[in-house]
Design a protein around this ligand. Structure first.
Ligand SMILES: [Zn+2]
Length: 72
């Protein structure tokens, strides 16, 4: 399980999930890359990247299995 950092990218105004934050460039799980200094903390108003949400969801399902289904 990788700890993902959700950061707002100013390239597309979407919040992406980043497994690692690079010194110069960071790549999200959906393969969107952005300059690290242009990434900021998201607010509730910012929209999350659909691809990152899907990929992140798969990871959660792998981790929690059926327990996740009962939580809904
Ligand atoms: Zn993304």
């Amino acid at each position: 399980m990788v700890d993902l950092a959700w950061k707002l990218s100013h390239w597309d105004r979407r919040v992406h999930a980043f497994p690692t934050i690079g010194d110069i460039v960071s790549e999200a799980v959906c393969q969107h890359s952005a300059l690290t200094p242009r990434l900021t903390e998201p607010t509730d108003d910012d929209r999350r990247c659909q691809a990152c949400l899907l990929l992140h969801g798969d990871e959660l399902a792998d981790r929690y299995g059926d327990a996740d289904r009962y939580a809904l």
